[in-house]
Design a binder for this molecule. Structure first.
Ligand code: SF4
Ligand code: MG
Length: 317
């Protein structure tokens, strides 16, 4: 590809990454699964931002969504159940220049990985975390997950789930150092793309809860939201998720919400009907742990020794 520089000489870019450069193995999710759309959006964002595939890492735990690293033509790490976030934090600690995408699910992240989720939000390391929230354990065939609604029948609760569903949005908002929280749905590609792109643009730990269809174990579970868009609450704001008018118009129920307002974010996140989508909370001022912990990393040996001597001097008698 050629570009014209300001001094009129030709700038030859030797590399341009096409969508195919981010494609890995053929996706084996079920037909109609919402995961396919998320994968496509991630690959499109990588292409649109021209992120070198060799600088990109997809990290996951266990579950249907956690197969995503296999389908990316980048580096990847398919980890243990619930352990996607500590793996991603470890990679970021040693290689902060890498672009990290985490694919996890409602079971993987909000149940067995819940302890890691809470501390990963607090560490605020720069990564894009996509939680594929289909309200069920899909890979292991329809067990109750933390976000399964009370009363819903699953293979572990044939008479219906007995506990109130967990609300991952309000929980995330209650964690120290939360810096980016959004929610979107897999069936609206424009909102899905814009939300994940905004999450990726944010420097810090961006958590996107993606309401994701599992047509095999929860057929038509989200059909009501699809058939009647007024049941979805589109959050709008100049600092929120950018949506062209022609797409925003499709949502009759809208609310202007300043993502800097934590109190309002909590009130919106507390309700599921209508289902809020958009940027709930954003605080770009929260420092990233990899920046705080790298202070002094570039010091030479002499400088380090002088620092140690100085520290010891305070104990001189
Ligand atoms: Fe998707 Fe459900 Fe199939 Fe898993 S079981 S791949 S979540 S449709
Ligand atoms: Mg799930």
């Amino acid at each position: 590809m050629f570009g014209l520089k300001s001094d009129w000489s030709l700038d030859i870019k030797t590399r341009y990454f096409a969508l195919g450069d981010y494609a890995g193995g053929e996706a084996r999710w079920c037909p109609g699964c919402g995961d396919h759309g998320v994968l496509t959006v991630v690959q499109r964002i990588c292409r649109d931002k021209q992120i070198p595939p060799e600088k990109t890492v997809a990290v996951s735990g266990i579950g249907c969504s956690s197969r995503l690293p296999h389908y990316m033509g980048t580096y990847g790490f398919h980890g243990l159940h619930g352990r996607a976030l500590p793996l991603a934090c470890g990679i970021k600690s040693r290689r902060p220049e890498l672009d990290i995408w985490v694919a996890t699910g409602d079971g993987d992240c909000y149940s067995i990985g819940a302890g890691h989720w809470i501390h990963a939000v607090r560490y605020n390391m720069n990564m894009t975390v996509l939680v594929f929230d289909n309200s069920v354990y899909g890979l292991t065939k329809k067990q109750t997950s933390p976000t399964t609604p009370i009363g819903y029948k699953t293979n572990t609760h044939p008479e219906g789930a007995v506990l109130e569903a967990h609300n991952p949005l309000t929980t995330t908002l209650g964690i120290a150092n939360v810096s980016f929280l959004a929610q979107t749905v897999d069936w609206n590609p424009n909102h899905l793309y814009a939300t994940i792109k905004a999450a990726h643009d944010h420097k810090g730990f961006s958590l996107v809860n993606i309401i994701q269809r599992c047509p095999v174990f929860l057929p038509n579970f989200f059909q009501g939201y699809q058939d009647d868009p007024s049941r979805v609450l589109l959050l709008t704001h100049e600092n929120g998720i950018p949506m062209e008018d022609k797409f925003a118009r499709l949502f009759p129920t809208q609310k202007e919400h300043d993502p800097a307002n934590m109190v309002d974010a909590y009130a919106i996140a507390s309700k599921r009907n209508p289902l809020p989508i958009g940027l709930l909370y954003h605080n770009p001022a929260v420092p990233c742990y990899e920046d705080i912990s790298s202070v002094g990393k570039d010091m030479g040996m002499e400088e380090k020794l002088a620092g140690i001597e100085k520290a010891f001097d305070q104990f001189a008698i």
